[in-house]
Design a protein around this ligand. Structure first.
Ligand code: SAH
Length: 262
């Protein structure tokens, strides 16, 4: 094995929310395997690398996990710096463990580079803290989504028990999620907010309650979205515009010096 795999978080979408480490790795990579949902602007930072889209496109065909594992292992025999780029943080609902285990079993060197998970971008976009003194001392990250052949998830217990629940991969069944939480004992008037495309210019924040989640979800435009439920999200105002920080960091160091001379 000649190569090392860097399992890297791409953050929630805005390129300037990449970590500096992730950006350096993208600039140095020989090959990048990225999830289909990663912002193309971020993938483009790896200008000198072979770029391969694999897997994870909500509801559409995605490369089988076993095949992704194999491609990563194979790449380690032919490339030196291999970046496996996943949305948000790779260790949260990213099937990172399967890839880590496959690489370890094959004797491939691997390192994980954390990223900003979308829950944190959603909290930022709403200006509401996931925790709040006296209101929220517990946060849970859940998903109702289960893979083929998996047992039913017990996400509902966790989501009903936590002060703040962040629900990943649930926006397509938002009405059912609202109803399930109400049936599990949560107040139908409990604040529930949908945040679509958190951190990006096209973001949408749709505030409401558990009872109105379904209606709010009908206003989504098909991008990735989270549901956040919790008392501290009562005061959320609908917001759309984002003042994005221009992505100057992404310019290669050599370009910067030649511009200084110009
Ligand atoms: N590892 C990722 C999550 C992957 S699961 C992370 O840490 O964020 C994919 C789900 O993440 C989507 O269905 C959606 O619920 C959520 N998601 C990802 N990016 C998002 C974004 N920019 N805004 C809102 N939700 C997002």
């Amino acid at each position: 094995m000649t190569g090392k795999v860097w399992l890297t978080g791409a953050g929630p979408g805005a390129p300037d929310l990449l970590t500096v480490r992730a950006m350096r790795l993208l600039q140095q990579a020989d090959i990048v395997f990225h999830d289909a949902l990663v912002n193309p602007e971020i993938v483009a930072i790896a200008a000198g690398a072979e770029r391969v889209a694999v897997g994870k496109r909500c509801g559409r065909h995605s490369t089988a996990q076993r095949f992704i594992n194999k491609r990563l292992v194979d790449a380690a025999t032919t490339h030196r710096t291999i970046v496996r780029l996943k949305g948000g943080d790779p260790m949260l609902f990213g099937r990172a463990q399967e890839e880590i285990d496959a690489l370890l079993a094959a004797g491939v060197e691997i390192e994980v580079v954390p990223g900003v998970t979308s829950a944190l971008a959603a909290s930022a976009d709403t200006l509401r803290s996931l925790t709040a003194r006296g209101l929220s001392r517990s946060v849970t990250f859940v998903t109702p989504r289960v893979g083929a052949g998996e047992d039913r998830s017990n996400w509902l217990h966790a989501a009903a028990a936590a002060d703040t629940a962040v629900i990943y991969m649930g926006s397509h069944e938002a009405a059912a999620i609202g109803a399930a939480l109400i049936a599990a004992g949560r107040d139908p008037a409990a604040p529930a907010v949908l945040i679509e495309q958190a951190s990006l210019p096209a973001r949408q924040v749709l505030p409401g309650t558990l009872a109105t989640l379904g209606a709010a979800a009908s206003r989504l435009s098909g991008g990735p979205a989270l549901i956040v439920v919790g008392e501290n999200f009562r005061a959320v105002a609908a917001r759309m515009a984002v003042d994005a920080v221009p992505l100057q960091l992404a310019e290669p160091a050599s370009g910067a010096s030649s511009r200084r001379q110009a």
